[in-house]
Design a protein around this ligand. Structure first.
Ligand SMILES: [Zn+2]
Length: 138
C-alpha cells in the first residue's frame, strides 16, 4: 500500500525539488511528487542527457544525475569527445596525404586544417550548419 502525503507537503516537496534541479543545472521534464518513490525525469543541461530517477534518489545523490556523478566519469566523457575528434582529424589528414605527399605538419599549418578546427568547434557549440556531411537518417 502506498502512503499518500497531504497536498501541502507534496507541494513543498515539489518546490524543493524544482529548486534543487535548478541549482544542479538540470531541467525538470516530468514527475509528480506523490511519495518518495515517485518517478522523476530530469534533463542535464551540461551533458545533454535525460535521466529517469525517483525523488528520493535525486535528493540523496550529490549531483542528482549519473552523468554528473563523479569526476572520473566526466573525464571518460571528455576523452570520448576528443577521441572522436582525433579520429576525424586522422581521417582528414590521411585524405590530405593522398592528395599531397607532404607531412602532417603541413596539414596542421594549412588553412584547411584551421578551417576544419573551427568547424569542429562550431559543431561542439551546437551550431550545426553545413559543416560535415551527415548521413541522412531515414
Ligand atoms: Zn550531467
Amino acid at each position: 500500500m502506498i502512503y499518500r502525503n497531504n497536498a501541502q507537503y507534496r507541494l513543498e516537496k515539489m518546490t524543493e525539488i524544482l529548486e534543487l534541479i535548478d541549482y544542479n543545472g538540470h531541467a525538470y521534464i516530468e514527475g509528480k511528487y506523490v511519495n518518495r518513490d515517485s518517478k522523476l525525469v530530469v534533463y542535464c543541461l551540461t551533458h545533454r542527457e535525460e535521466n529517469p530517477t525517483t525523488f528520493t534518489n535525486y535528493i540523496r545523490s550529490k549531483t542528482g544525475m549519473p552523468c554528473c556523478g563523479n569526476v572520473s566519469k566526466s573525464k571518460v566523457l571528455t576523452g570520448r569527445v576528443y577521441s572522436a575528434e582525433t579520429i576525424e582529424k586522422m581521417r582528414n589528414a590521411a585524405y590530405e596525404r593522398i592528395r599531397s605527399p607532404s607531412a602532417d605538419q603541413d596539414w596542421r599549418r594549412s588553412t584547411a586544417s584551421r578551417q576544419w578546427e573551427g568547424e569542429v568547434q562550431a559543431l561542439f557549440c551546437g551550431i550545426r550548419n553545413v559543416l560535415l556531411v551527415v548521413p541522412n537518417r531515414t
